[in-house]
Design a protein. Structure first.
Length: 293
């Protein structure tokens, strides 16, 4: 298990989706995770906040068409791109989320703008109007889409611990290829796709949103962290999916920066960097970590 314990410790873990990754896409997934790690780690190393680091890392993932978020988003049954994103601040338990939002370049930034506001979640035209009112960057729908043959990929997420002991979590997704218009998965739902609480830890999931929501996987992890380390919490959450079926991957940090992650999908693109290890690492399968570390 990677660790970042001690005063001034920081840690950042991100993922590019629980999915099957074709051999020719492996390098792009690793490179994309490392690029996003670099953006998030730069924030943490300079003393920035966990929330700033999460947003910075996810913005890089949203701009990378390798990942199903922002620019790489898949299309719904009407051929439209509708995106979901959320962030959660572990210091205040503030949540900001948007769902089924169209044509914004960085859904995570719109979610961040919602953080100190009520309500915690805005959908569809309401989310879009909020984004417009707050000066979010818009782009043509065509610039958000990838060809459907590249669509076997899922959701991005990031969790971080900053030097002041604050935790944050964020998710962003284009949803499921060919899904019903207006369908919303786990990603913007606290307790399902993400959660952060300075008293316990932070978590973000990727995978089959209906299964993750029905199993309340993020809530399960937070409860587990009261008694077990992050790796055990991640393993236990993924094991719960056997009841409802479905594929998922989850990344977990506890309040002292210990890392856990698990998946039952063929691959799970994950990037990890902590103040203790220094060296940013990207993996596509859990077994790579045990083989190399
Ligand atoms: N995990 C993303 C979704 O199901 O929408």
């Amino acid at each position: 298990m990677s660790m970042a314990e001690g005063p001034g410790a920081w840690a950042l873990v991100l993922h590019g989706g629980a999915k099957e990754i074709a051999p020719e896409k492996e390098q792009a997934n690793r490179d994309g995770c490392l690029d996003a790690l670099a953006a998030g780690v730069a924030v943490l190393r300079s003393g920035g906040s966990a929330m700033d680091a999460v947003e910075a890392a996810i913005r890089v993932l949203e701009d990378d068409p390798t990942f199903n978020a922002g620019r790489g988003s898949v299309r719904n049954a009407d051929g439209e791109v509708e995106m979901d994103a959320a962030v959660m601040d572990g210091a205040t338990l503030d949540v900001g989320g948007v769902a089924a939002i169209r044509q914004v370049r960085h859904p995570v930034t719109v979610a961040r703008l919602m953080l100190r506001d009520t309500p915690t979640l805005l959908v569809a035209d309401g989310a879009r109007r909020f984004a417009q009112a707050h000066g979010a960057e818009f782009c043509e729908a065509a610039n958000l889409e990838v060809p459907s043959e590249d669509a076997a990929h899922d959701t991005v997420g990031c969790i971080a611990l900053d030097m002041r002991g604050n935790l944050a979590a964020g998710t962003s997704t284009g949803g499921l290829e060919g899904c019903l218009p207006g369908r919303v998965g786990d990603s913007p739902l606290p307790g399902c796709g993400l959660y952060a609480d300075n008293a316990a830890g932070a978590v973000a999931f990727s995978g089959d949103g209906e299964s993750i929501s029905r199993s309340m996987l993020a809530a399960r992890v937070m409860q587990s962290l009261e008694t077990v380390p992050p790796q055990d919490a991640a393993d236990a959450a993924i094991a719960r999916l056997s009841r409802v079926g479905g594929e998922a991957g989850g990344i977990v940090l506890d309040h002292i920066g210990r890392v856990g992650w698990a998946h039952n999908s063929a691959h799970f693109a994950v990037g990890i960097a902590t103040s203790r290890d220094g060296r940013p690492r990207a993996y596509l399968r859990k077994r790579e970590e045990t083989a190399h570390d």
